[in-house]
Design a protein around this ligand. Structure first.
Ligand code: ZN
Length: 466
C-alpha cells in the first residue's frame, strides 16, 4: 500500500498535501497536517534519514531544522540554488511564513522562477527571525507543492560585508548588496584614471550603445560610485568568491534619490568587470516614485524610455535588470517585461503581510482595530525606516468605521492606510499580545489566507507573466 493510502486509513482526519508525495532511496515521503500541526510522514528505508516517532511502518517527523536539512539531501529540489542571469525570476517575501506555497502556485505556467526566501536584515530584526528559519519555511513549501524547478534564497538589501557573510553562512544563494550607504563617498586613495580614454571617452561599445562620456561626467561618476564599487569588490572577493558555490550577485542602487543614468549603469558594470566581478543583476533607481504598497507614481513614458536604455545595457553585458519595490506596481509590470523581453528580476516583499492584514480586517474586526491603533502609535518611528508619503490625517479614525467597512481600508486607493500597515509590521508584531493573536489567527485561517494570497499573486502574474 502506498504511503498516502496508509495515512488515510490510519488518520482519517489528516489533511494530506498530495502534491508533496515523493519517492527516494527506498521509501516515500509526504507532508500532512494533523491536529493543527504540519508533519512529514516517511516510509521504507528513507525513514532512517529523518528524526521522528514511528507508528508501525510510518515515521511522523516534525518540520524541524534537522529534518529540513535531511529533506534537502533526500530531495535536492527542496534546497535553494542560484538561478543565474538567463532565467526570469520573481522575488517574494514571506514575513509571517504562510505565503510561500501560494507564491509557488501562482508562478505555474508563467516562465518565472521563484526567489522564495528573501528577507532584508531590517525585516529579520523586526520579525525576530533568522535566515535559517526563512529558508526552512521555503524548503517545506517547495516540498509541499512538489515544486521541482528550483528556487533561490536572497539575502536582501545587505549593506556590509558582515551581513553578506552571515547570509551566505545560512545558505543564501543570492546576495543583494545595497550600496546606498556607500554612495557619494569619494575614493580614499588616488584613483587610476589612465583607462578612461580607452574604456569610456573613445570606447566603441559605449558609442554603439549611444552613450557619451567626457571627463567631467567621469569625474562625477567616480565621486558618486567609487565607495559603492569598493564595497561590491570587497563583498565579491572576500565573501562571494570564497563561498566556492554559485551565487547570484545583485547590486542595488535603488534606495537613493538620484536616478541612475545609462552612463552610470555602464560605468558600474565596466569598473566591476575590470576587477573580475560579474553581476547577475543590477537594480537601478528608476525615475518616479516606487513607494511601498501602492502603484507607481510618475511618468510612464519616461519610465519606459529609461527601462529600454537600461535593458539594452543589461543585454550588452549579459546581466539582468532588476525592479525593486514592485508589489502593486500594476501599471509598470508590462512595460518592464516588454523592455527586458522577460529577462529580468522582479522583487516584491511586504505584500504577503498586507494580505494577512486584509484577511484579519474581513474576519476579526477586534484584532484589526487593535493592530490599527498600534500602527498609528508607531507611525513616526516606522517612518524613519521606510520612505513613504503616508499622512495620518488622511486615514479615517477607526472608531468612525463600522466593522463591515474595515476591509475597504485595504483597497488600493487607500494608499495612506496601506502604507501605514505596510511599514509598521515590526511594531505590531513586537507587541506580544498582538503577535500571539495574529499567529493564532493565521493558524486558524490558513486556508482563507492561502486563497486570498493566491488570488493576489495571480493578479500580479496576469500582468507580468508570459
Ligand atoms: Zn531595493
Amino acid at each position: 500500500m502506498g504511503l498516502a493510502r496508509e495515512i488515510e486509513k490510519r488518520w482519517p482526519d489528516a489533511q494530506i498535501y498530495q502534491s508533496s508525495l515523493a519517492e527516494a532511496e527506498g521509501g516515500e515521503a509526504l507532508l500532512l497536517r494533523l491536529r493543527g500541526k504540519g508533519l512529514l510522514a516517511v516510509s521504507g528505508r528513507l525513514r532512517v534519514q529523518f528524526e521522528g516517532e514511528d507508528r508501525e511502518t510510518i515515521r511522523l517527523c516534525p518540520t524541524s531544522r534537522a529534518n529540513r536539512l535531511a529533506l534537502n539531501r533526500a530531495f535536492p529540489y527542496t534546497a535553494p540554488k542560484a538561478l543565474g542571469s538567463k532565467a526570469a525570476t520573481f522575488g517574494f517575501g514571506d514575513r509571517l511564513g504562510y505565503a510561500n506555497p501560494m507564491q509557488l502556485a501562482s508562478l505555474e505556467g508563467t516562465g518565472f522562477l521563484p526567489v522564495l526566501a528573501q528577507q532584508s536584515m531590517r525585516e529579520l530584526s523586526l520579525m525576530g527571525r533568522s535566515y535559517g528559519q526563512v529558508i526552512d519555511t521555503a524548503s517545506w513549501a517547495a516540498f509541499r507543492q512538489g515544486w521541482k524547478l528550483g528556487f533561490a534564497a536572497d539575502g536582501d538589501h545587505l549593506k556590509t560585508l558582515d551581513e553578506v557573510q552571515a547570509a551566505l553562512d545560512a545558505g543564501c544563494t543570492m546576495i543583494t548588496l545595497d550600496c546606498s550607504l556607500a554612495l557619494g563617498t569619494p575614493p580614499d586613495d588616488e584613483p587610476d584614471r589612465g583607462h578612461w580614454p580607452e574604456d569610456y571617452l573613445q570606447s566603441k561599445a559605449a558609442k554603439e550603445l549611444d552613450l557619451n562620456f567626457d571627463d567631467a561626467l567621469l569625474w562625477q561618476l567616480e565621486q558618486t560610485y567609487s565607495g559603492a564599487l569598493k564595497l561590491a569588490r570587497d563583498v565579491a572577493q572576500k565573501a562571494i568568491h570564497p563561498a566556492g558555490r554559485e551565487i547570484d550577485f545583485e547590486l542595488s542602487v535603488d534606495e537613493t534619490e538620484d536616478v541612475t543614468s545609462a552612463q552610470a549603469h555602464f560605468y558600474i558594470i565596466h569598473e566591476l568587470r575590470r576587477s573580475g566581478v560579474e553581476l547577475c543583476s543590477l537594480a537601478p533607481r528608476f525615475v518616479g516614485e516606487f513607494q511601498k504598497a501602492v502603484d507607481y507614481m510618475g511618468d510612464l513614458r519616461e519610465l519606459r524610455a529609461q527601462m529600454r536604455a537600461h535593458a539594452r545595457l543589461a543585454d550588452h553585458f549579459g546581466h539582468k535588470l532588476s525592479l525593486h519595490s514592485a508589489s502593486e506596481k500594476f501599471s509598470v509590470f508590462s512595460i518592464f517585461a516588454e523592455e527586458t523581453k522577460g529577462r529580468c528580476h522582479v522583487k516584491t516583499s511586504g505584500t504577503s503581510w498586507l494580505e494577512a492584514v486584509e484577511c484579519i480586517a474581513k474576519v476579526s474586526p477586534c484584532l484589526f482595530r487593535d493592530m490599527f491603533s498600534k500602527a498609528l502609535a508607531s507611525l513616526n518611528q516606522a517612518k524613519q525606516l521606510y520612505a513613504v508619503q503616508c499622512a495620518p490625517d488622511r486615514i479615517p479614525a477607526p472608531d468612525k468605521l463600522n466593522d463591515s467597512e474595515l476591509p475597504t481600508l485595504m483597497e488600493l486607493a487607500q494608499s495612506d492606510f496601506r502604507q501605514l500597515m505596510h511599514i509598521t509590521y515590526g511594531f505590531i508584531l513586537a507587541d506580544e499580545d498582538l503577535n500571539e493573536r495574529i499567529c493564532t489567527f493565521m493558524e486558524e485561517h490558513r486556508s482563507l489566507y492561502e486563497a486570498e494570497a493566491l488570488d493576489l499573486y495571480r493578479r500580479h502574474m496576469a500582468v507580468i507573466g508570459r
